[in-house]
Design a protein around this ligand. Structure first.
Ligand SMILES: C[S@@+](CC[C@H](N)C(=O)[O-])C[C@H]1O[C@@H](n2cnc3c(N)ncnc32)[C@H](O)[C@@H]1O
Length: 365
């Protein structure tokens, strides 16, 4: 076996603390290390991740090939969906907003800000526990590669004792997402910068990368519903999109081993219970009145949505001979995405947004 069943980037370290939230927060370091490992092995590039790793983490050994391939497939697919979202907003003549929930040490904002697509971003909001946002805010302040992409130094401000950070198009906000969103999230998005951080009129994409699985279903449903209601207040009709990446189908033998391994490290996955099958994934958004909902397992994405040239390239990076094991693991992770369209006038516009989907290589020409 190359790896014990555990989330990609979720191989927990030995120093697990008794507090369950500490173990959940630890998954952020694991995710960042998994990304750094895939970068070191040249699966993809990310010039920013090294600035967000904890002290000494750069010297950790790389992750096993199976984990690197999983991180690569997930990253490529979510990047493609996010880029397409930005381009769809652009085609509509609007800037777009992205909210990353449980953002941890994610580098997506900087990766976008480093490209011409930066001009398509009206606002990028990242939310996580205060311990995580404090660490991230410090890394941003300390590192020029990160801070320069936020704007002029005088426009970048720490807030709430260093747990929050605000720049013209970037906001880092400390919050426990399990709190009733009506008060907690609503206040967090409205108080800090004086004005609302999110316009209800702009196309807005929610990113939930490996976070809802740590919350109870009632809590994650309340969170998604809060956003659904928030955008119904827009006067120009908004478009709400969401991407969820996480494990599912954990009631089979593989899933049970995964759950037990995590439980031994003080991590529960209450959010996985509602998603025992592939079909159940689509309900994630349909139950909130989304107009379209799609899901793909990482196994299917690797098989169908990554070009032969790319598969050939990554097969040269390191030895991976246990394809069956790889497929078994990839079969338990899925990307689910959906879109909700609010009142507006043009049917063609709706058709555009409904076509938001991963493209197989032969459709990309
Ligand atoms: C596995 S990490 C994923 C980080 C990042 N989204 C990524 O994919 O690289 C899970 C993140 O969700 C955050 N998280 C989990 N439960 C949370 C909650 N109730 N409120 C805020 N953040 C939470 C953790 O602190 C951690 O940063």
């Amino acid at each position: 076996m190359h790896a014990k069943p555990a989330p990609f980037g979720g191989r927990l370290q030995s120093s697990i603390q008794p507090d369950g939230d500490a173990a959940i927060r630890q998954t952020d370091s694991d995710a960042a290390l998994a990304r750094f490992s895939a970068v070191q092995k040249q699966y993809f590039t990310d010039p920013f991740i090294k600035h967000l790793l904890g002290r000494g983490s750069q010297f950790q050994p790389p992750r096993p090939p199976l984990i690197n391939v999983g991180t690569y497939v997930r990253s490529e697919a979510i990047d493609a969906l996010v880029d397409q979202w930005l381009d769809l907003s652009h085609a509509e003549g609007k800037k777009c907003q992205i909210v990353s929930l449980g953002a941890g040490s994610d580098t997506r904002f900087w990766r976008i800000a480093n490209t011409p697509r930066k001009d398509l971003l009206a606002s990028y909001v990242e939310i996580d526990f205060p311990e995580i946002t404090t660490k991230k805010a410090m890394s941003i302040r300390k590192n020029k590669d990160l801070s320069l992409l936020l704007g002029r130094p005088e426009d970048v401000k720490l807030a709430h004792g260093g747990t929050a950070l605000h720049a013209p198009a970037y906001h880092l906000i400390p919050l426990d997402l399990r709190l009733p969103p009506g008060q907690a999230l609503g206040n967090a998005l409205n108080s800090d910068a004086g004005a609302g951080l999110l316009s209800p009129n702009l196309p807005t994409l929610l990113l939930f990368e490996c976070v809802l699985v740590y919350m109870r279903p009632a809590e994650s449903e309340a969170l998604i519903q809060w956003f659904v209601d928030y955008f119904s207040a827009g006067d120009d009709g908004a478009v709400l999109g969401a991407i969820v990446y996480e494990m599912f189908g954990l009631n089979d033998p593989f899933g049970k081993v995964m759950l037990n391994n995590l439980r031994a490290r003080n991590v529960d996955l209450p959010g996985a219970e509602s998603y025992p099958t592939f079909d159940s994934l689509l309900q994630r958004f349909l139950r909130h009145g989304f107009d379209a909902s799609h899901a793909l397992t990482l196994r299917e994405i690797r098989r169908t949505y990554i070009s032969h040239q790319e598969l050939e390239r990554i097969s040269q990076l390191e030895m991976l001979d246990e394809i069956e094991e790889l497929e078994l693991v990839l079969q338990h992770y899925a990307i689910t995405w959906g879109v909700k369209l609010y009142e507006r006038n043009g049917q063609s516009l709706k058709a555009n947004w409904k076509g938001w989907a991963l493209r197989a290589p032969e459709d990309q020409q």
